[in-house]
Design a protein around this ligand. Structure first.
Ligand code: BG6
Length: 473
């Protein structure tokens, strides 16, 4: 008998966003600044001393004031889950205070009220590239061990306040991205070119301990809470069958695997320890750290998936564009307008690899196509976008998720990235759109902020309503 080609009945369909990319209201109600407020061009341009008017994230898409209208639209699509992050600097404006900012906490109460109204399950990212700027400037972000305590206080505040309403939590968004973007991902103020590997890996260690510690606190607050890690997933393929290329691809994957291995298995893998030895790095790891890592492993593993890449040790090849990291170009794949390789089958590969390796339930918490959209007038006279390219991308990826489920992989849900258009993380553009919902805002900051349903809106509504049966294989 062949395996069932379907999604589980309780599959969590939905979408994802991050506070700094959609909330706006960057200084409202006592909010402090975050690292994003001084990154007007994302990772592709220089940081500024203070927020500047060209930084689109300061206003985002103004979800802070339009959350009711936005959540109603998500409900109209039939969302079962909504992934969003809490802005750390709304809750602890500087990050090292002892008391939280009540106005910040109250905002997320209101968001949760609205989600509850429609029966949408929240999935909360505790830290999504939003380290309070003060922690970055005064402590050098995660390079400083004291960050563990600040994060524990912040996480405990969230679990105690929202733990009765939020079951699923993620600690750090794409935790492995700190290897490539230490400021955005880890709040590390030292410029990337000057940061020593010793300090970088020590920062990573602090984040991993903080993540395990948050898992401990969540389970103390309520055994019903489920905490996951979040990894930027990229399958690396050897460019050729030359064993040296195969090994190069394996090494690239291990840079990412390390983070899941520690979160799931509770200790550093041997290949990572060897890497540290080879580099002459000695980490400050206390007995307490070891115990925390070992005893507080995650309940599930979540990841983002946009693209795959190739690796080679034998050839000079063009570097591939990519989501914060990448190897060399895969000549067999098409790329997006931003140069990210489109590879639906890679998602099935990742799901199978992660399941085989860790045996933990998997949650796909980001996937989607960043593309330029053109607003046109729809048949009923309202503006829309004919985004068949986005529908094709998502359809093909979801078909591979269904295949992986048939392969026996346990998948909890799927939240597509940027379900409402928001500001891009890497380039800080509005024109790199992922959403089912178009937001009238342009790269120069002009626009009415009106929302319009794209054609993918109805398509996704049908996918959810049919629990995936409407997908085209
Ligand atoms: C992931 C991030 O790296 O990819 C998101 O978690 C980000 O914050 C998404 O927005 C898409 O990347 P970009 O650079 O196109 O916004």
């Amino acid at each position: 008998m062949s395996a069932p080609m379907t999604f589980p009945n309780d599959f969590l369909w939905g979408g994802a966003l991050a506070a700094n990319q959609y909330e706006g209201a960057y200084d409202a109600d006592g909010k402090g600044l975050s690292v994003q407020d001084v990154m007007p061009q994302g990772i592709v341009g220089p940081r500024t001393e203070a927020p500047t008017p060209d930084n689109l994230k300061l206003e985002g898409i103004d979800f802070y004031h339009r959350y009711k209208e936005d959540i109603a639209l998500l409900a109209e699509m039939g969302f079962k889950v909504f992934r969003f992050s809490i802005a750390w600097s709304r809750i602890f404006p500087k990050g090292d205070e002892t008391e939280p900012n009540e106005a910040g906490l109250a905002f997320y109460d209101r968001v949760l009220d609205e989600l509850e109204k429609y029966g949408i399950e929240p999935l909360v990212t505790i830290s999504h590239y939003e380290t309070p700027l003060h922690l970055s400037r005064e402590y050098n972000g995660w390079a400083d061990r004291r960050m563990i305590g600040f994060f524990e206080r912040y996480a405990r505040t969230l679990f105690e306040r929202y733990g009765r309403r939020v079951k699923y939590w993620l600690t750090f968004n794409e935790i492995n991205s700190v290897l490539h973007e230490p400021f955005m991902s880890g709040g590390i103020n030292t410029p990337k070119e000057e940061l020593s590997e010793q300090d970088l890996y020590q920062a990573i260690h602090h984040e991993l301990v903080a993540s395990a510690s948050a898992t401990r606190i969540a389970h103390e607050v309520s055994p019903d809470l489920k905490v996951g890690c979040m990894i930027l997933a990229i399958p690396f393929y050897p460019l050729t069958p030359d064993p040296r290329d195969v090994w190069a691809a394996k090494q690239a994957e291990r840079d990412n695997y390390t983070f899941g291995d520690v979160h799931v298995r509770g200790a550093y893998p041997g290949y990572f320890l060897r890497k540290l030895r080879d580099k002459g790095i000695e980490l400050d790891i206390t007995e307490d750290d070891r115990r925390t890592l070992a005893e507080h492993t995650v309940d599930f593993v979540s990841f983002s998936y946009y693209m795959s890449s190739c690796e080679t040790a034998t050839q000079e090849r063009e570097a591939s564009g990519g989501n914060l990291m990448g190897g060399v170009v895969n000549p067999t794949l098409e790329v997006s307008q931003w140069g990210w390789a489109i590879d639906p089958r890679g998602l099935r590969t990742i799901l199978n690899d992660y399941w085989d390796r860790w045996g933990k339930p998997l949650f796909i918490v980001e996937n989607g196509l960043g593309a330029r959209d053109e607003l046109i007038t729809g048949p009923d006279g309202t503006p829309t976008v004919a985004d068949d390219y986005r529908i094709d991308y998502m359809n093909d990826h979801l078909v591979q998720v269904r295949e992986a489920i048939a392969d026996g992989v346990q998948v909890i849900g799927y939240t597509s990235w940027g379900c409402i258009d928001c500001v891009s993380a890497s380039t800080a553009q509005m024109s790199k759109r992922y959403g089912f919902i178009y937001v009238d805002r342009n790269d120069d900051g002009t626009g009415t902020l009106e929302r319009y349903r794209k054609q993918s809106f109805g398509w996704y509504r049908d996918v959810i309503a049919s629990n995936g049966a409407s997908l085209k294989a």
